[in-house]
Design a protein around this ligand. Sequence first.
Ligand SMILES: C[S@@+](CC[C@H](N)C(=O)[O-])C[C@H]1O[C@@H](n2cnc3c(N)ncnc32)[C@H](O)[C@@H]1O
Length: 260
Amino acid sequence: MHESNMDYVAWAEWYDIFYSAADPGDIEFYHGLCRASGGPVLEIGVGTGRIALPLAQQGLEVVGIDLNEPMLRVAERKALEAAPLSGSLKLIQADMRNFDIKRQFPVVTIPARTLLLATTEEEQFHTLCCAARHLAPDGTLAFNLFYPDPALLADSPDEEFLLEVVEKANGGRYVLTAKNRFDLATQLNHGVQIAEELDASGEVLRREELDVTVRYLYPDQVIALCERAGLEVIEMWGDFEGADITEESEEIVVTCRHAG
Ligand SMILES: C[S@@+](CC[C@H](N)C(=O)[O-])C[C@H]1O[C@@H](n2cnc3c(N)ncnc32)[C@H](O)[C@@H]1O
């Protein structure tokens, strides 16, 4: 089993706090695709069930794989709290770079830029091969990545920027900041995310630094990797609503199917 390059014990705790305020706009996109297929759905890197659990509540059969037990435990707890589900949520601990659950699905998803957590080209290729292996003959694979625009890649490693502020009912707040350290030769970003909990007077009660390494991809590399994995890109957008990719885009949103 491959080692994970992040501290998911810490991540599991902070993940839903910050996602509760963020609106990456991805839920409608993934839910629309899954609902249109009728399921069952495979989500690769299911995390805390942010996308998967509401689908299971809406009646779909959802299978989620994730490498990191702390994330799966949060998803499990939330599913229990939401029970009974009108659909189902099956959680499996597995590595997206090398797994075989011996089933095929009409929809396979890799949301929230998770493909980039495979940090070499080969690992990204193997992840796409595993996704393809679990995709039904007429099925759709959907995933999204961040768009590596030149301004972003020029970020200074010392420049801390604000990602999210979540107000607490008692006047305190959670603050998420980050720093990027892009290596243009390896296409790696050795980033750091800094999560803080502050009380009403602004005093820091808790602070945690989370290392996040990702390997970014350009659109033409995505197409080439998909082709190598036996997949054909159907659509590639610059956001979740179908915009073209431009230098201002934040996302690369991809749907593909088995190459004909
Ligand atoms: C950014 S989160 C996305 C979670 C969820 N899909 C969502 O949209 O909220 C990335 C997830 O990928 C998982 N992950 C990272 N590396 C993985 C691997 N090699 N195999 C399977 N899951 C992995 C992490 O544990 C984490 O839960």
